[in-house]
Ligand binder design. Structure first.
Ligand code: GAL
Length: 711
């Protein structure tokens, strides 16, 4: 779990530990030798100090089953080292070469319809294939042996984005491994039959060999079978990560091992909170998803990554300088966004900022994907922005190693609820767990209140306010933890479609939300999902969509904060809160969207004594994230708007700005971002970021939950 994360960071070759990483995926095998010299010259110019190498190099390193070609990699490793650039070396196993798939087609994955996933793209391998594993691990062994002592090597990069394309494999290998996983989980068939509810539709198993992955079926496949298959698929890849890591750790015990997570794909494939203990430092890839909440989502993802990493520094392994190539319309970034996006990750604990990729490919599927050096070459605004970012990151060296400061409010982001709540045959297919959680986060940003996005396994008592949106899957133990939290004075806020099923996806009986009924002082007999386009009006001008609940208030202590005014639930409670001693438990029964959630959240936070740390004029316009170290605090102030925002009312040394020329202000001195300007008023540029270095304000002693006053 998160708490056990072993944390070992990069040891830079020159011993200069006080630096943030800056670099990219580097694919020199796509370019002739003479370009390499230009590459390292430009890397130095931009301030690049690390690159990820050999990610897709298997076919180049092992051209046939029994021939190897390491010469080119030796040369580029040496060249990088000679230029002071460190290497995060991939194990090169991400994409199997044609000779391997031609001789061993049994490593190719199969989709749920039984179709083979053929070579031609990448990552066409079965996570559970013993044949793939044998060949891949031979390559890992060869890489560890050859480069384990190379002075450029600072980290191992296992495979690449494990599960990006191959997480769900329905092949015979997968079936076999799934059965083994189930035997381990349930011990005997009786327990499995109970957990899967196989009395339904004549599904009772009488032998393990009858069990299959949830392949294409006549109608809805068994939901617990589906849920377990997703749990198994995450575990199968984690097991593969372990297999590569074991080889690397035994060959080079001092070199940290990582792999790049994809925390924000919007698809609940891998349980990264559960994987975190298996990497020496957490690394993540993030790509902006255009839309009104794009910036909020970036912050949400960085925040979540930080908490998956247990609050320790993490590595932004990939993001983009501009457009990607895989969205329906690939939008360029606007001026300022390159730096702002990067620094938002740093604000949330990233100690390295890397991109996909260094030099934009001239051929292949990603030739229209942006890079640090675009097709236009070094004489480009893109490369100039990249170089400016490199300069800014150097100014931020003092931030290295600092921890993200814990907030007083947190959103629980629970992997099991995410997976289970979005399965088929539910009251509505429109429920989107990630979106609901993001809406609460956007509302917090709009109020200027810092919050953490945490896995459910986190120590809950650290927070004054806990928001648990759509906590669909709730075990008896989980419900007990929430009860204890509230009874110890915590303020819980939960929503519709929470506390519905247990770990086996069995409905809690007696009325919803099963094990939270008493705590919330309500009982729901029936859900009232809304048709597309339908709304339900609430008091205070609030409008609900997607869902309503038919709520009975069952406890005299339950307050009704808002009722339904229209629709089937008119006159009934829509938002409730029940106080328990110092604590409280609130329930929001409809989808309010991020704007609608703002006033509701403001009321609930105020009652819990949690407020913004920002001066009033900045709230909503600026996102605040704080990192701290020894006697220092670093306040990252991210301009959420396309206008300059005057930065008045906050003292501290201006450590850095992005973009650098931000002096559109009310009288401050512009130090051009060199960091020596001392305290001043100024403005944060449109889509800009200001970083203030401040003396440490002591963490306030924890009073019982909710009794502290707003800062
Ligand atoms: C990632 C992948 C990179 C590159 C990038 C493009 O998923 O790790 O190799 O394909 O996406 O956005």
């Amino acid at each position: 779990m998160t708490e056990n994360t072993t944390h070992r960071w990069i040891r830079w070759p020159d011993g200069g530990q006080q630096q943030l990483g800056f670099g990219a995926d580097y694919n020199p095998e796509q370019w002739p030798r003479e370009v390499w010299d230009e590459d390292v010259r430009l890397m130095r110019e931009a301030g690049v100090n690390i690159v990820s190498l050999a990610i897709f190099s298997w076919a180049r390193l092992q051209p046939t089953a029994d021939s190897w070609d390491f010469g080119w990699l030796d040369r580029i490793m040496d060249l990088l080292h000679a230029n002071g650039i460190a290497v995060d070396l991939a194990t090169a196993t991400a994409s199997p070469p044609p000779w391997l798939t031609a001789t061993h087609p049994e490593i190719l994955p199969m989709d749920r319809e039984g179709r083979v996933i053929w070579p031609g793209g990448r990552q066409h391998w079965r996570p559970t294939s013993p044949v793939f594993r044998e060949h891949a691990l031979a390559l890992v062994t060869a890489m560890a042996k050859r480069y384990g002592t190379h002075p450029a090597l600072v980290a191992w990069h296992v495979n690449n984005e494990l599960g990006c394309h191959n997480v769900y494999d329905y092949s015979e290998d997968a079936a076999l491994a799934f059965r083994g996983w189930l035997q381990h989980r349930y011990g005997n068939l009786e327990a499995l039959n109970h957990a899967w509810g196989t009395a339904f539709w004549s599904q009772t198993y009488s032998g393990w060999e009858q069990i299959l992955p949830p392949r294409l079926a006549a109608t809805h496949p068994n939901p617990t079978q589906q849920l377990d298959f997703k749990r198994f698929s995450s575990d199968a890849l984690k097991d593969y990560l372990r297999a590569e890591s074991e080889i690397l750790r035994s060959a080079t015990p001092d070199v940290p091992v990582t792999t790049n997570f994809m925390v924000s794909t919007g698809i609940p494939a891998m349980d990264y909170a559960d994987w975190a203990a298996d990497v020496d430092f957490v690394a993540n890839d993030h790509y902006v998803r255009p839309g009104p909440q794009a910036m909020d989502e970036l912050s949400f993802s960085a925040n979540r990554t930080s908490n998956i990493a247990g609050g320790k520094p993490w590595f932004l392994m990939e993001h983009s300088t501009g457009a990607v190539n895989w969205q329906p319309i690939n939008l360029a970034k606007k001026p300022g966004e390159l730096a702002r996006d990067s620094l938002t990750h740093v604000a949330h604990g990233a100690d390295a900022v890397c991109f996909f990729q260094w030099r934009q490919s001239s051929r292949g599927a990603e030739k229209f994907h942006s890079a640090m050096v675009p097709h236009a070459g070094e004489d480009s605004d893109m490369f100039r922005s990249v170089t400016e970012l490199g300069h800014t990151l150097k100014q931020l060296a003092p931030v290295t190693g600092s921890r993200r400061r814990r907030a007083r409010a947190a959103i629980i982001f629970d992997w099991n609820s995410w997976v289970a709540s979005e399965q088929d045959s539910h009251p509505t297919s429109r429920f989107n767990y990630h979106q609901e959680a993001l809406d609460w986060y956007s509302a917090l940003l709009a109020l200027g209140v810092r919050a953490d996005v945490v896995p459910f396994e986190t120590e809950l008592g650290q927070y004054d306010v806990l928001i648990a949106p759509g906590l669909y899957l709730l075990t008896a133990d989980g419900a007990g933890r929430l009860n204890d939290y509230v009874h110890a004075g915590g303020h819980l806020v939960t929503t519709y479609f929470s506390g519905i099923v247990n770990e086996h996806d069995h409905a809690w009986l007696g009325g919803y939300p099963g094990p939270l009924r008493e705590l919330l002082g309500i009982r729901i007999q029936e859900f009232g999902p809304l048709a597309d386009g339908d709304t339900a009006e609430l008091d205070h001008g609030l409008t609900g969509t997607l869902w309503t609940d038919r709520i009975d208030v069952t406890d005299g202590a339950t307050e009704v904060l808002a009722s339904y005014k229209t629709g089937d639930q008119a006159g009934r409670a829509a938002i409730t809160r029940r106080r328990t001693g110092e604590g409280s438990a609130a329930y929001v029964s409809t989808r309010l969207g991020h704007h609608g959630l703002e006033p509701v959240l403001a009321q609930l936070l105020a009652a819990a004594g949690v407020g913004s740390e920002l001066p009033e004029a900045l709230r909503g316009r600026v996102e605040l994230a704080i990192r701290e170290n020894g006697d220092s605090e670093f306040w990252f102030l991210v301009n959420r708007t396309a206008d300059a925002v005057p930065l008045a009312g906050l003292d501290g040394q201006r450590l850095a700005d992005a973009p650098v020329s931000t002096d559109m202000n009310d009288g401050g001195t512009n130090d051009g971002g060199t960091g020596d300007g001392g305290t001043r008023d100024g403005a944060i540029a449109p889509r800009g970021v200001a970083i203030l270095h401040r003396g440490r304000t002591p963490e306030r002693p924890r009073a019982p939950h909710g009794t502290e006053s707003t800062r």
